[in-house]
Design a protein around this ligand. Sequence first.
Ligand SMILES: *[C@@H]1O[C@H](CO)[C@@H](O)[C@H](O)[C@H]1NC(C)=O
Ligand SMILES: *[C@@H]1O[C@H](CO)[C@@H](O)[C@H](O)[C@H]1NC(C)=O
Ligand SMILES: *[C@@H]1O[C@H](CO)[C@@H](O)[C@H](O)[C@H]1NC(C)=O
Ligand SMILES: *[C@@H]1O[C@H](CO)[C@@H](O)[C@H](O)[C@H]1NC(C)=O
Ligand SMILES: *[C@@H]1O[C@H](CO)[C@@H](O)[C@H](O)[C@H]1NC(C)=O
Ligand SMILES: *[C@@H]1O[C@H](CO)[C@@H](O)[C@H](O)[C@H]1NC(C)=O
Length: 465
Amino acid sequence: MEMCSDCCLLFSLIMLLLLTRVHTSQVHLSNENGLKTAVFLSPKFELEPGSVAEKFFHNIDFPRGHIAVKSFDAEVVDEAGNPVPLHETYLHHWIAMRYYQPKAVGNSNSSSNQRSEKSDYVVIKNNGICDDHLPQYFGLGSETRKTVTFVPDPYGIEVGNPREIPAGYEEGWILNLHAIDTRGAKDKLGCTECRCDLYNVTRDEEGNALGPDYVGGMRCCFDGTKCRIKEGFKSVKRSLFMKYTVKYVDWDNSILPAKIYVLDVTAGWKGSNRSQELSGYNCQVEYQIDSCSTTAAHDGCNHTKSASIALPTGGEVIYGVAHQHTGGLGSTLYGEDGRVICSSVPIYGGGMEPGNETGYIVGMSACYPQPGSIKISNGESLTLVSNYSNAQMHTGVMGLFYLLVADQPAQSPNSAPYGSVNKHKETRLSYYVWVAILFQAAVVVALVITHQRRCRKAGYESIAT
Ligand SMILES: *[C@@H]1O[C@H](CO)[C@@H](O)[C@H](O)[C@H]1NC(C)=O
Ligand SMILES: *[C@@H]1O[C@H](CO)[C@@H](O)[C@H](O)[C@H]1NC(C)=O
Ligand SMILES: *[C@@H]1O[C@H](CO)[C@@H](O)[C@H](O)[C@H]1NC(C)=O
Ligand SMILES: *[C@@H]1O[C@H](CO)[C@@H](O)[C@H](O)[C@H]1NC(C)=O
Ligand SMILES: *[C@@H]1O[C@H](CO)[C@@H](O)[C@H](O)[C@H]1NC(C)=O
Ligand SMILES: *[C@@H]1O[C@H](CO)[C@@H](O)[C@H](O)[C@H]1NC(C)=O
């Protein structure tokens, strides 16, 4: 009996360890009042000092079924699950794209790294406005840790509607991520801004020569390129993952669908063919800002870029957030009459730890207008403004704006504004932690009891034999 209780203790300790491991590795799911949370890890990618990973992971794990996505948050973690700071691994961007694929290829490898989709894949673009670029449903960059992405009630981003998926097809998700290892870099900012000289790149990934005017940008920091590092700097290759958290609810008719628009300050109207309105903008995605010391007239070294954009169909604005790179000072979307639709400003870090890295944009403020207060009319001409400091030059900067618009106004006037969303999240988190702990404790107790019974039985048997 003595020996047996020892073995039982050992057994339960092992079980506890196993449970903790399961809890902290792959996926976990929780559910509170119908709001479900799923946490996933992307396939592994490897980086060493100076190197760049740009991956396209097909058919990633994602909640299945007819659901409304409420938020999509992400961060880069190492093999032990620890968050990796931006000054080691700079997260240039990640985007999640939705697509339909024939059911037969549904269980193909998710770790392939192919830029061109198979012809069977049909990417389901967001509502626009760019022609070929920016088709994503979700996406952010270095600011991902401190940007609130929650879609306020009663709205949601509808996916997996079986009536929309063509017969013989199923829905899938592609994760594109672009990360740069700047450990030991000679010029960390230059590496994150993809300066061609630092990468010693003169041709893009397709082999096309880059003109002398192309000083930096994504065409110089594609997968496998290497940024210059300090002489003699040694550090190991490491394996990384993108950890992403999707919050969602099962679809029901009380949820109002939100449309996604991704606006770009480099958008230029391609022509006046009104029947092509939805795909009528040519978006460069990136732009370059010369230093104010080299430009004749400068305005306190504040660089302003703007674009005029019309959404074919308007609606009620329920969420907005800009995407900018280092140097960004903020971005504002104005209506035709000059009213502010949404203004989003960067949050810069002030320390060393993940989520607070000095010199990096670690978050962008998001807009949660009072329900019904901000409307865009059909075809209204909007002005997007993106400001940067040009005290020094910047290459490959962006001025994107992610906007959620709903057709119908909310029935109830008390949808969750920004503040209450945050509170909501916190109480949920601690709740989940408690549920997890209690669940583990209950399982361990149950296992100990059953095992003790078995141990006793085994004990009697051993006496009997
Ligand atoms: C998945 O990848 C493994 C290893 O690269 C390969 O052996 C296997 O055939 C792949 N499976 C499919 C369905 O492509
Ligand atoms: C840069 O590229 C050129 C030509 O591709 C090569 O000759 C040179 O050695 C490279 N320089 C460095 C520092 O890698
Ligand atoms: C406008 O676009 C539509 C749809 O692509 C096309 O059928 C039509 O010919 C275009 N009209 C002109 C004048 O280019
Ligand atoms: C430039 O931008 C900064 C930060 O937004 C602001 O404090 C400053 O007043 C601006 N300068 C001018 C001349 O607009
Ligand atoms: C952008 O800069 C312009 C001109 O300096 C200024 O009027 C505007 O308030 C700035 N907007 C933001 C969001 O910084
Ligand atoms: C960021 O780090 C600085 C320096 O340690 C600290 O003063 C500041 O409070 C931190 N900010 C946040 C939001 O944690």
